[in-house]
Each structure stands twice: as structure tokens, then as C-alpha cells.
Design a protein. Structure first.
Length: 100
């Protein structure tokens, strides 16, 4: 997968397949916690989806004062992005999906 930091607002990213990082960097504020975050949110998305009968959860975005974290999921990959706090996560999610 190409470097997603070329997308305006993406500060860092990591791509996972079957819980293993395959590209990107776990650097930045997320650091070595990136894989733990992915594992937690994939499990949480599954529980939310099943309990609320939502079907497949495709993205999760969490925002704070100094950053945003976006996770985009497909059937074969999970992409975790650290975003600028002012970035539009919805447009970034659409761009990440196009590159998946």
C-alpha cells in the first residue's frame, strides 16, 4: 500500500493484515500502541455490529483535543491513521478506501 502520509491531514499510519503490520509506520504519538489499538477496535466493532445488528462496521474515528485516530476496515486489511486534529476524517476515510 502506498504512503498515506501524502494525504493532507494524515500524520502517520499502519496497515494490518491478520493482526500483523504489513506497511506503514507505528511511529508518532500512537507508537508501539498501534497494534493494541487496532486489536481493541476490531473486537469492539465486531461486538457493536453484532449487538446492534448493523452489519459490517467499516470505520471508527475517535477525536481528542490534540489528535484524531481513524481506523478503516475492509475484508482483508485494517488501516490505522493518526490525523491532524483539524482534519476532516470523513474525507480522509474516503481517500484511504480508494487507496486500499
Amino acid at each position: 500500500m502506498e504512503d498515506l502520509t501524502g494525504i493532507k491531514g494524515v500524520l502517520g499510519f499502519a496497515v494490518y493484515v491478520s493482526d500483523s503490520q504489513v506497511s506503514g509506520s507505528a511511529k508518532g504519538k500512537l507508537g508501539d500502541k498501534a497494534s493494541e489499538i487496532v486489536q481493541f477496535w476490531v473486537n469492539a466493532a465486531s461486538v457493536i455490529s453484532n449487538n446492534l445488528n448493523l452489519g459490517e462496521v467499516k470505520e471508527v474515528a475517535v477525536g481528542g483535543k490534540d489528535r484524531q485516530v481513524l481506523m478503516v476496515m475492509s475484508s482483508d486489511k485494517t488501516v490505522l491513521c493518526e490525523l491532524d486534529p483539524k482534519a476532516n476524517w470523513k474525507s480522509i476515510s474516503a481517500e484511504v478506501r480508494r487507496k486500499m
